[in-house]
Design a protein around this ligand. Structure first.
Ligand SMILES: Nc1ncnc2c1ncn2[C@@H]1O[C@H](COP(=O)(O)OP(=O)(O)O)[C@@H](O)[C@H]1O
Ligand SMILES: [Mg+2]
Length: 302
């Protein structure tokens, strides 16, 4: 159950020390207004492996206390590193490395969402030809490509959507495009997922990607923290979905803070698109951040 969490760790603005990353400014302020004390850590120094410097603004806590990170994405290895660094300062991140990976890597989250999410197969980057062989389970149906964490959804036609999975040349070419685009940021391996027609609200003004009726649900300690429209564009004039069945699924997910992205299919049923660790998931643009941190505080203190 929730411990006493008083601190939120944000990334420092690399151009103006002692200030938060501009993207997180509203959250930094809202967290303060809702009973938390924000702390700063330097993400760039962390990436350079200058761990002492990265964490120097965090002074050692008198006794061990849980802490929440809100910042840029971390690989599971980086997450475990920051977990240890913080522990040395008597702060324990609310998710362990294992709990982080459970929702950060799609292959790890499948065990919680199988049956509620599109059929998914995956292989490490060394086994791409095996993956292409296995793609025969999709027959001549469309699939989408991603790595263990991210897609190239803004390159929908060239590196995300494959119209016919039995067209191996096309599949191979798009996987190659995908790998090239992700470059050194590619996470672990390639994931192929059955494409499910979603209830479109519009198409993205820049990339042409179809924008569907999608919502991001945040859970803390397996309780619903909030549900937000996923896209900024598009008319979300529709009635909000029933969350009861998703709250039920969330009870079994081994993570203390995560997101669940859901989407409405053409047939009108809601499915799960993916899970994410709550600490590195973006708040959709229209989120009332003040209400978000008020509710977070409420869950933690109850
Ligand atoms: N299996 C699928 N069928 C149809 N559309 C999908 C499917 N998976 C993802 N999408 C669409 O593509 C978008 C990006 O996919 P997602 O898996 O969330 O990638 P990312 O991790 O880059 O956000 C989703 O928001 C959804 O609109
Ligand atoms: Mg997504």
């Amino acid at each position: 159950m929730p411990g006493n969490i008083n601190h939120i760790l944000f990334c420092e603005n690399p151009l103006a020390h002692n200030r938060v990353e501009p993207d997180f400014e509203p959250e930094y302020t809202a967290s303060k207004q809702n009973g938390f004390e924000p702390l700063l850590f330097n993400y760039d120094e962390f990436l350079r492996k200058n761990y002492e410097t990265a964490i120097k603004k965090v002074s050692k806590n008198k006794s061990k206390e849980k802490i929440i990170y809100r910042g840029w994405m971390l690989t599971p290895v980086q997450y475990s590193t920051i977990y240890e660094i913080l522990l040395n300062k008597n702060y324990e991140l609310l998710n362990t490395g294992k709990e982080y990976q459970n929702c950060h890597y799609l292959p790890d989250s499948l065990k919680y969402i199988n049956g509620y999410t599109p059929v998914t197969i995956y292989e490490k980057t060394g086994n791409i030809s095996a993956l292409i062989e296995r793609a025969s389970i999709f027959s001549d149906r469309p699939v989408i490509i991603k790595d263990y964490v991210k897609s190239e959804k803004h390159n929908w036609d060239t590196a995300c959507f494959v119209k016919n999975a039995s067209n191996k040349n096309d599949l191979k070419e798009k996987i190659n495009n995908f790998m090239e685009l992700r470059g050194e940021y590619l996470n672990e391996g390639i994931v192929l997922r059955e494409y499910v027609e979603l209830n479109n609200v519009t198409t993205h003004s820049k990339s042409g990607m179809p924008l569907s009726e999608e919502y991001r649900l945040f859970f803390m300690y397996n309780r619903l923290l909030g549900m937000y429209d996923y896209w900024e564009e598009g008319a979300y004039t529709v009635q909000k979905p029933e969350t009861a069945s998703f709250e039920e699924i969330a009870k079994n997910i081994e993570s203390n803070y995560f997101t669940m992205d859901i989407a409405k299919t053409k047939e009108g049923k809601f499915i799960i698109i993916e899970l994410g660790d709550g600490q590195v998931a973006g708040l959709p643009k229209n989120t009332d951040v003040n209400e978000y941190y008020r509710r977070m505080n409420e869950i933690i203190r109850s």
